[in-house]
Design a protein. Structure first.
Ligand SMILES: [Fe+2]
Ligand SMILES: [Fe+2]
Length: 257
């Protein structure tokens, strides 16, 4: 999606997009910093999750794609850091905080778990990278032009990660040779889906979040938490059923509703 000059939705509709931190109302600035901080934290956390699986997948393509994904996440994290630093001392403090945190200390729960197996790695890409894609998709052409411009490349990277996960999930159930190489098939994939599905839904945040409504109002996100989770659920549920697997009950093992 290309970046237009004007704000496309919300209370600033029709105005020129925001280009600099100096132009921002204080509330807008606070919400945007929180959004970028949350986004950046997931990028650096996923580098930690993916890197042990670089060069360990069952095929050459699997091994190198994990390297590509880890590189994409690091690159996205550094872009977020550059944006945060442009906010001044409080943005710099957030970057310092981000770069200090390690596995177990990341603010979003789903990013604090190491991948236990190859099927776990594939299922993370299948479920969680699609979550990431929805979050970025919601910020495409947003009211802050520098962020909107970054989305033009980031959304495609996440689509690639999620598509890789979906393809390999399909191979685990439909391609006996791949399942043999991976040491996992339908049963293991179902177990991994059961594990990641509630975490994926939790990652959209609280349904009645004033913060997410304000982000929509300021044109920073196109949809609020509840709407975005519903869109995601519709797509992932269809994909899970398409693999001949069961969709876990919506509220099972959920921590954030
Ligand atoms: Fe990412
Ligand atoms: Fe990703």
């Amino acid at each position: 999606m290309s970046v237009t000059r004007l704000v496309e939705w919300g209370v600033l509709l029709g105005m020129r997009k925001v280009e600099t931190v100096e132009q921002m109302p204080e509330e807008y600035r606070q919400i945007l910093m929180k959004l970028i901080y949350a986004l950046a934290s997931t990028e650096f956390a996923s580098v930690e999750q993916h890197h042990p699986w670089i060069n360990r997948g069952p095929t050459a393509e699997d091994r190198y794609i994990q390297a590509q994904i880890a590189a994409d996440e690091a690159h996205q994290g550094f872009i977020d850091c550059r944006l945060l630093r442009s906010f001044g001392p409080d943005g710099v403090a957030l970057v310092d905080d981000l770069l200090r945190r390690r596995m177990g200390e990341h603010p979003l729960d789903a990013f604090n778990y190491p991948f236990e197996s190859w099927v776990d790695t594939v299922t993370f890409c299948f479920t969680m990278d699609l979550v990431a894609w929805y979050h970025l998709h919601a910020m495409e052409n947003c009211s802050y032009a520098p962020l909107a411009r970054e989305m033009t490349s980031m959304v495609h990277e996440e689509k690639f990660h999620a598509a890789f996960g979906a393809r390999r999930a399909g191979d685990l159930v439909q391609n006996p040779e791949y399942a043999r190489l991976a040491g996992a098939g339908k049963e293991e994939l179902q177990a991994a889906v059961n594990k990641w599905y509630p975490r994926a839904l939790d990652t959209f945040g609280k349904s009645d979040s004033r913060f997410s409504d304000l982000a929509v109002g300021y044109g920073l996100r196109r949809w609020n938490n509840r709407e975005l989770r519903q869109m995601y659920e519709q797509e992932i549920d269809e994909k899970i059923r398409g693999l001949g697997l069961e969709v876990p009950p919506e509220h099972l093992n959920r921590k954030i509703l």
